[in-house]
Design a protein around this ligand. Sequence first.
Ligand SMILES: Cc1ncc(COP(=O)(O)O)c(C=O)c1O
Length: 369
Amino acid sequence: MIPVNEPLLDGNEKKYLLECIETGWISSEGPFIKEFEKKFADSVERKYGIAVTSGTAALDAAVESLGIGDDDEVIMPSFTIISCIGQIIRAGAKPVLVDSDPVTWNMDVTKIEEKITSKTKAIMVVHVYGLPVDMDAVLDITERYGLKIIEDAAQMHGQTYHGKPCGSFGDISTFSFYPNKHITTGEGGMVVTNVDELSEDCRSLRNLCFQPGKRFVHERLGWNLRMTNLQAALGLAQLERLEEFVQRKRHMGCRYNELLSGLTNVQLPLAKTDYADNIYWVYGLLLNDELGIDAEEAMQRLADKAIGARPFFCPMHMQPVLRRMGLFEGESYPVAERLYRQGFYIPSGMALTDCQIEEVAAAVWDVLQ
Ligand SMILES: Cc1ncc(COP(=O)(O)O)c(C=O)c1O
């Protein structure tokens, strides 16, 4: 089986992990944490980095630190992962959805403004699969209406928008270091911001809101979202290779483009826009209805040929757990629905070899033409 993702851990990972074990620094107190936070924040031109246990945890802390709560509305794409919506709902706020752009698969920025009400507090942008959201359009709206931006850059390590790093656009921005990301810590995430208060808040929320002086007396409920020194050791070693990893992913994307470009009724990822070249976090395929099969069927046929694949996100307005809460009744987002029904991605992990890319492409031709 060619797995859909496999990380590359053959740099300084072993050396730094050994250092943790030999020095005994395995908790969240170790020196790699600070170094990883500083170097990662620098890499996306931010003042502060707060390392946490996952990209989901980073989003939870980010939403909470902005004080989003009862009666607030947050505009976000329907086509995203459930991690984006959890804390908005738990905080008592209302998620307001927008559809996706059929070409970039990102949030359709032309549909944001019509969703703004007097209760709108923030826009959550989520860069998906390899291309950034068109941030100029979002920044124009947030400036005119005085809204905050939460930027989910979980998949965007090393990507830029008009040359400026993804993760540098939100009042607060978040990353994931799950092993399918460009750089990994096993499990992990990071909040980045330039705002002193948001940074302090996230640090406190990450650490159960312990108070200096009165450690076990709490004025606020936090979480234990602390990343360990072991994870930060991995992250640091991975960060050293970010540029190489980005190049490798772009090479994979270009190779797949060459090998698959003759397919009919299959939409390949857009290679570039006027603001960014695709970073190919994953290599997605979107099937036209004319092909007569959906993503599930295509993935099954690939599995029969020992090729791994994963479905695209299930949109938020189709999530049973959210529908049962009475959310999004009667709402429809046709592009997001089509992405879910007809979209999936093929192996594109960091350890994928050129030979495997050719093998996958041949299987895709067999299965889809
Ligand atoms: C866009 C996006 N946001 C958030 C997350 C959540 O990250 P994690 O799996 O580290 O919790 C993911 C995970 O893939 C993601 O793709």
